[in-house]
Ligand binder design. Structure first.
Ligand code: 2AM
Length: 182
């Protein structure tokens, strides 16, 4: 039987932003606050699919390839700590409607194809630290980066030699708005 793979739909961070985030993170959190997520692994999950078969992955990739959803920008102006899963995250105080609609569409297709979806409300975030289960002081603010999102992808999570790596298997463009006539 072919192996199931652990897959999710997500948006990547551009490389320059990855570097800015890890530099700021190193300055802003104590070394023992948690395990820093590797720069190349910084991402925002849209829909988690779990361990799924090749066949199901191919059905979901085909659906994703037909999505016509607008590109968008968002302010990364929010920070939080979830002590139970031990995650410190970066997010947005006002998630754009285009992001929420894209995630909702992907999550409903995932659910219809048998991928269990969390009953917790979708809270878009970029995990910065893991294993952060102890109380910690969050910085008062973020550098207010703007994340411009022009595509999204299907990613595989692999755990190998003690490290998690995320690999983009396919990506699809979001639709850019036409230039304004005036
Ligand atoms: P996290 O960053 O909040 O841990 C790959 O594992 C991605 O899928 C991560 O972004 C992770 O979110 C998310 N993820 C992992 N397990 C999940 C689950 N059971 N439900 C929702 N998202 C999950």
């Amino acid at each position: 039987m072919p192996e199931a793979r652990r897959l999710f739909f997500a948006m990547a961070l551009p490389k320059p932003l990855q570097q800015q985030v890890i530099t700021w993170r190193a300055e802003s959190f104590a070394a023992d606050a948690g395990r820093p997520v590797a720069a190349a692994n910084l991402h925002m999950t849209l829909a988690f699919l779990g361990e799924i078969s090749e066949q199901k992955a191919s059905v979901l990739a085909d659906i994703a390839s037909r999505i016509q959803s607008p590109a968008f920008s968002m302010q990364l102006d929010d920070l939080g700590h979830w002590p139970r899963p031990g995650v410190v995250w970066l997010g947005s105080r006002r998630a754009p409607t285009a992001l929420l609609q894209l995630a909702s569409l992907l999550r409903s297709h995932a659910a219809r194809n048998g991928c269990h979806q969390s009953t917790l409300p979708f809270h878009p975030h970029i995990s910065l630290l893991r294993g952060a289960t102890q109380p910690l002081a969050l910085p008062a603010s973020t550098p207010q980066w703007t994340l411009t999102v022009a595509d999204f992808g299907l990613y595989e999570s692999r755990f190998h030699q003690g490290r998690t790596r995320y690999q983009c298997l396919h990506s699809w463009p979001l639709v850019s708005s036409p230039p304004s006539p005036c």
